[in-house]
Design a protein around this ligand. Structure first.
Ligand code: VGL
Ligand code: ZN
Length: 201
């Protein structure tokens, strides 16, 4: 699968049990993701990477609680517990994730005023991360995605990739969801509508 990239989304300590924004079962997917890596033309990891004053943190909005939604200039934004702070242990990859085969690690969410769920665009759906250019230059046209969380960063990445014209498969068995107020069902529906292939669900 020379023209296919494996994109591993945010398999970081803070999204695993014991972390600041733990996704139930987040650590269960690590062995299966490691086992996939050998089969691809490229392996790309994404890493949520926020400054301490990031605007997606409820702690930076006096009076607001985690999981409340606020209006930002680019649209609605869920407020999260502080997570994946640059240089913290929580921002590190899960210790069992095999990072050696990775060709590229793409960091996102590093601008204080804007969140970035997608591996391709920040949450204004306009500011690029650079991943599209990288994939195009390397001739990688098919993408397989796995990681955390199904309904946020995996969903946004998969839908953006489909809109950009990639052939996209999400391995649901190698993803886990946060599932806030029906967000998982909405994400599955949105991915299907965008033409994303959902496998292993
Ligand atoms: C994510 C919420 C906040 C994710 C990242 O990786 O899905 N979710 N930051
Ligand atoms: Zn984040």
């Amino acid at each position: 699968m020379k023209d296919t990239a494996l994109i591993v989304i945010d398999v970081q300590n803070d999204f695993c049990p014991g972390g600041a924004l733990a996704v139930p079962g987040g650590d269960e997917i690590v062995p299966g993701i490691n086992a996939l890596m050998a089969d691809f033309g490229a392996v790309i990891l994404t890493q949520d990477w926020h400054p301490a004053d990031h605007s997606s943190f409820a702690s930076n909005h006096p009076g607001k609680q985690p999981f409340e939604v606020i209006e930002m200039p680019y649209g609605p934004q869920v407020l999260w517990p502080d997570h994946c702070v640059q240089g913290s242990i929580g921002a590190d990859f899960h210790p069992d994730l095999d990072t050696t085969p990775a060709d590229l690690i793409i960091r996102k969410g590093f601008r204080p005023g804007i969140d970035s769920y997608s591996a391709f665009f920040e949450n204004d759906h306009t500011t690029p991360t650079g991943l599209h250019g990288y994939l195009q230059e390397r001739g990688l046209k098919r993408l397989v995605m796995a990681g955390l969380a199904t309904d946020f960063c995996v969903n946004f990445s998969a839908v953006d990739a489909a809109k950009l014209g990639y052939d996209v498969t999400v391995r649901l068995d190698l993803c886990r969801a946060i599932d806030l107020d029906g967000s998982l069902d909405a994400a599955l529906e949105g991915m299907r509508e965008a033409g994303v292939r959902l496998e292993g669900g």
